[in-house]
Design a protein around this ligand. Sequence first.
Ligand code: ASP
Length: 328
Amino acid sequence: MIVVTNNEGTPGVPETARLLREGAPALAAIEAGIRKVEIDETIRTVGRGGWPNLLGEVELDAAVMDGTTLRTGAVGALKGFLHPVSVARAVMERLPHVFLVGEGAARFAREIGAEAGDNLIPDSRRVWQAWFEKEVPEASKRNWAEAPLIDLCRHAVDPEVGHDTTVFIALDGKKEIAGAVSTSGWGWKYPGRLGDSPVIGAGMYADTRYGACACTGAGEMTIRAGTSRAVVLYMKMGMSVEAAVREAVEDMRRLKGGLINRVTIHAIDTKGNHKVVAVNGNPQNTYWLWQDGMTAPQSLPAEIIPISPITAKPSPSMIYGAKRREQA
Ligand code: ASP
């Protein structure tokens, strides 16, 4: 048995480890862990407490995958529900579809009785309001409903700004593999923007025959490189989990133009091996590991591999995210 999560998994990884130890299936164990992350307001990039988009609305993305049946479910840009991971699981189990977005996803969440709630906590509202007052041009403020947002998108791509996801991948006692992810995406993103998290094969992929992979960071990059599916496919072609992740990093070096930022790739195989690599990462990049035999999950540093310079231009007056947390 093994579970790997990123650092944002802190509130949930003990629960997932406990459930795996008690014999729970991988998917149930990781869903329970992610629900704890989603409801934890101190995690500012997932669920309640997640940073809002440019309009000040929290739009959530999530996905699950059962590596034994290769069934999967995802929701994108879901507003007003506390546990997108469970809504994604219900998409998988109750619909002939795999992916719902926006109004349709919210309608489905209402129909299944998912827990509704306001994910914009007062601190996020305050920070968004302060940003709005300082950064939005007066003409746009006067006509906010139709204001141009393209230029304001620069605030989403500052590499120092807090954005993240939670990713959980696990192998259970029956040697079945599953993966799940949940995120508020990038704070100050263009409304309707989907990252890689709900895009199966980009932000996450799981196959009980070979292993699982899940990514955090600049979803635009892993969508372009098809990273999570590629890692599992490289393992199918005979590579070790470490070689497969390195090959996916090589794929990422081919990305030219567009957003180049940070990505962390987490992967496990069927034998309980794992590899976590932070592409363009920084030394604070840690992840959680629990394997049978361990009394508690352990926090470990990811291997850092620089690929190409980060192209996002920091905006000079960022007032939220990582810089803000440092000042706190
Ligand atoms: N991968 C997520 C996204 O692109 C965000 C992150 O993990 O930083 O939405």
